[in-house]
Design a protein around this ligand. Structure first.
Ligand SMILES: *[C@@H]1O[C@H](CO)[C@@H](O)[C@H](O)[C@H]1NC(C)=O
Ligand SMILES: *[C@@H]1O[C@H](CO)[C@@H](O)[C@H](O)[C@H]1NC(C)=O
Length: 328
């Protein structure tokens, strides 16, 4: 009897302790993660030397890997990055100098094709982008990809191994997907969440499916050669085979990979760095006023995913798009 009562009491205590822990965790997440807590602070990383940027004269070898379509305007790359080696994959033209065997999974197929074909001749850093200069997810006040690439700090890519070309948490961080408890809705995000676990098990049969996946959205990133080679070539071929075979539509298959690239490149399943630290380390923007999730006067998510025709000459200030010099 006594034993049983003691047992019951310790069980109750245990259950209580577990609930208390969960509560404390949720409380701290709410407290630290609150977007309302917009506090300016002076973290230690602010003093890091950020003079060295990508560009002419740097000794590190870099190449752009560009997912593109026939007729897309890539002249901005030739004009502003004339000395960089560019691999422009035209996914819908079988006669293009660089193309894909099957046009599936949007930017994922050219990215995988590059990694597989170039596995033995990779540059120090490969920078994976989509071809339009202006895109809603580019973290620049005018959604311009040019300064994003210009500022990218190559030596930091070498050090960290993988960086997203985004730092803001909105869209992807801190928790985009909970693959083991998917939301049963019919939108692209939920369908991605529903598909994620089974794709993960197929691609990484020896790894545990992560409970939470968080990473910056939009599939533009830079990776070092060492980090790309942290997975065998076979692994990339396996991923590409899956993409060729999958019945998932492109919106979902590309999105599954959008939130898997960082894991493929050996980052934690939740890879959400402090926004200010990220802007400083990745882009040398070290004097911003930030909270954990975003920085002032850098970027906001627009209502539309389609840049206005003729942007930025036409469009600013209309239909919810920002005025031209809003951040100055
Ligand atoms: C496909 O690419 C080739 C080589 O660049 C080019 O000559 C051809 O015009 C392109 N085809 C189409 C339909 O644009
Ligand atoms: C950083 O910001 C402060 C205050 O806005 C300004 O006085 C200072 O000149 C800036 N420093 C740099 C290096 O931009």
């Amino acid at each position: 009897m006594i034993w049983r009562r003691r047992f019951r009491r310790s069980t109750l205590l245990l259950i209580f302790a577990v609930f208390a822990l969960i509560w404390a965790h949720n409380f701290s997440v709410r407290l630290l993660g609150s977007p309302a807590a917009h506090r300016a602070y002076q973290p230690s990383w602010r003093n890091t030397n950020h003079a060295k940027r990508l560009g002419k004269g740097d000794s590190e070898e870099k190449e752009l890997v560009v997912a593109s379509f026939e007729g897309a305007d890539t002249r901005w790359l030739d004009m502003h990055f004339d000395t960089w080696k560019k691999n422009v994959y035209v996914v819908d033209n079988a006669s293009a100098p660089l193309t894909v065997s099957v046009n599936k999974g949007r930017e994922a197929m050219p990215f995988l094709t590059y990694i597989v074909d170039r596995y033995d001749s990779l540059p120090d850093v490969s920078i994976f982008i989509q071809s339009p200069r202006y895109q809603w997810h580019n973290e620049d006040p005018m959604y311009d990809g040019l300064p994003v690439l210009r500022r990218l700090r190559l030596e930091h890519v070498l050090k960290r191994g993988y960086v997203s070309l985004r730092c803001t948490w909105e869209k992807g961080c801190p928790a985009e997907l909970t693959p083991l408890h998917p939301f049963y809705r019919n939108d692209d995000r939920s369908r991605t969440e529903q598909a994620y676990a089974s794709v993960f098990r197929r691609l990484f049969p020896h790894d545990e499916v992560p409970g939470v996946v968080g990473a910056h959205c939009s599939s533009q990133f830079a990776v070092s050669r060492a980090r790309l080679r942290a997975r065998p070539k076979k692994q990339y071929e396996r991923i590409r085979d899956w993409l060729v075979e999958t019945d998932l539509d492109d919106a979902v298959s590309s999105r599954v990979l959008e939130y898997m690239w960082h894991i493929i490149f050996r980052m934690h399943a939740v890879d959400c760095q402090d926004a200010g630290e990220c802007f400083c380390q990745t882009f040398g923007l070290c004097n911003l006023t930030c909270d954990r999730e975003k920085c002032r006067n850098r970027y906001w998510v627009p209502n539309s995913r389609t840049m206005p025709e003729g942007w930025p000459e036409t469009g600013p200030g209309s239909n919810g798009w920002p005025e031209r010099w809003w951040a100055d």
